[in-house]
Design a protein around this ligand. Structure first.
Ligand SMILES: Nc1nc2c(c(=O)[nH]1)N[C@H]1C(S)=C(S)[C@@H](COP(=O)(O)OP(=O)(O)OC[C@H]3O[C@@H](n4cnc5c(N)ncnc54)[C@H](O)[C@@H]3O)O[C@H]1N2
Ligand code: MOO
Length: 405
């Protein structure tokens, strides 16, 4: 049986992040429309001045010299107008159209009048109604640094600049293996059997942490051979294999023996955190020398999620070229007990300001009800306890703002 000293919780996060960073992929080129959630592998630079040409921001007239003006043509968005060569000439112009060379002002249609002789009069506004080249960005200017998280707005800026593709970090590919002969995959629990609650939820958490989800397999039979086969086959295509259950040393807990058989090297083997301490993260030799990872999530469902937020989230952040987000500081809404030498992660809900965290109920390690009512975990460090009003760390779940009241 493998005995190990539990690693401090903050150190465990840092080790997982560093392991991910060290194994992060280079760059790949993907179409803009597929880039949401990726990380820029190189800075995003303006390919031209932005706007790229003097652009009308109104519908009206581009005029030259003093009024009245004689209309000599029309320029629509998308066209390249001939220059206005003589004072007293104007062209009708549409919003978004290129302002002709020689124009001295733009006059809004509603600020103009056309006389019986067809000549136009009117007053330009004090603030010019056109956008100058380079107003938003100059050609070659860095708009966003490498390491920027790609979101829809970043995709929009890239499109504005004229990009069709982006150089981004590869998305880590994850697979999930669920261990436990006692698990049911359908119907209500009873007669010694429980429903697998991790197979259905862990892939969605992994996606929220930026992984591309591959196979989900289970329940895998409780034999060492079945574990080995399942892990080997998952490692064929995944950068990260998450397993659930079997992290302890019971009669049918085969994870540690399987890791030994695979020649895995522990990055973290048990963490000084409650709940969730039997969690582990290992590096497994992969084909073509590419590092692969196995995260062993404990079987108790809340403990499995704590292992995800503790080890898997930082690992994936490192693999994706992201930073490890610092823990926000919040105020404890009530007292929260410490757990001796271990860090206590207490499921908690934030108030509407997001600044006060109050523990919720139903938080046993075998329960999930508290998780579904929380925004994350209040962090009570070893040897401490929190009193109401104390400032403590808070580890958020990957929920979008407003998703959970
Ligand atoms: N002698 C000791 N036994 C245990 C200790 C200990 O310190 N000494 N620690 C307990 C703690 S803490 C945890 S956490 C669990 C972790 O055990 P495993 O990772 O080996 O998990 P299993 O034994 O396979 O399962 C534990 C528990 O969780 C249920 N389970 C498993 N998978 C699922 C799933 N996909 N969906 C729902 N429920 C699941 C399983 O039925 C068990 O009830 O070890 C303790 N034991
Ligand atoms: O720490 Mo276990 O992980 O209590 O459920």
């Amino acid at each position: 049986m493998t005995e190990s000293t539990p690693v401090d919780w903050e150190l465990a996060r840092a080790l997982a992040f560093a392991a991910g960073q060290a194994a992060a992929g280079g760059a790949e080129v993907i179409p803009l429309g597929e880039a949401d959630g990726r990380t820029l592998a190189e800075p995003l630079r303006a390919l031209t001045d932005l706007p790229a040409f003097p652009t009308s921001s109104i519908d009206g007239w581009a005029v030259r010299g003093p009024a009245p003006w004689r209309p000599v043509g029309r320029v629509l968005a998308g066209g390249t107008p001939p220059p206005l060569t003589a004072d007293g000439d104007c062209v009708e112009i549409a919003t978004g159209a290129m302002v002709p060379e020689g124009a001295t002002a733009l006059v809004r249609i509603e600020d103009s009048a056309t006389g019986g002789d067809g000549r136009v009069t009117g007053e330009p506004r004090a603030v010019p109604d056109w956008r100058l080249p380079g107003e938003e960005a100059h050609r070659g200017e860095e708009l966003l640094p490498a390491g920027t998280a790609v979101d829809p707005a970043v995709i929009g800026v890239a499109a504005t600049c004229g990009y069709e593709t982006l150089q981004v970090r590869p998305a880590p590919r994850a697979a999930l293996l669920v261990f436990g002969d006692e698990l049911l995959t359908a119907g209500p629990p009873g007669n010694g059997r429980v429903r697998d609650s991790l197979g259905p939820q862990v892939p969605s958490w992994l996606r929220r942490y930026g992984a591309t989800m591959g196979s989900v397999t289970g329940p895998v039979k409780d034999t060492l051979d079945a574990h080995l086969d399942a892990i080997r086959s998952a490692l064929d295509t995944a950068d990260l294999v998450c397993t659930t259950g079997g992290t302890m040393h019971g009669p049918v807990d085969h994870l540690h023996p399987a890791l030994a058989e695979l020649g895995a090297e522990y990055i973290v083997n048990t963490v000084a955190v409650r709940p969730g301490f039997p969690m582990l993260l290992a590096r497994v030799p992969g084909p073509a020398g590419r590092p692969r990872f196995l995260a062993g999530l404990p079987g108790n469902p809340q403990s499995a999620i704590i292992a995800l937020v503790t080890l898997v989230a930082p690992l994936l952040a490192g693999l994706r070229g992201r930073d490890l987000p610092p823990l926000p500081q919040v105020t404890a809404g009530t007292g929260i007990a410490g757990r001796g030498d271990f860090t206590h992660l207490a499921l908690a809900a934030l108030d509407s300001t997001g600044r006060t965290a109050t523990p919720v109920g139903h938080v046993g390690s075998a329960m999930l009800r508290g998780l579904a009512n929380s925004h994350g975990f209040a962090v009570v460090r070893p040897g401490t306890q929190a009193a109401a009003g104390d400032t403590i760390g808070f580890l958020p779940l990957p929920l979008t703002p407003g998703e959970r009241p």
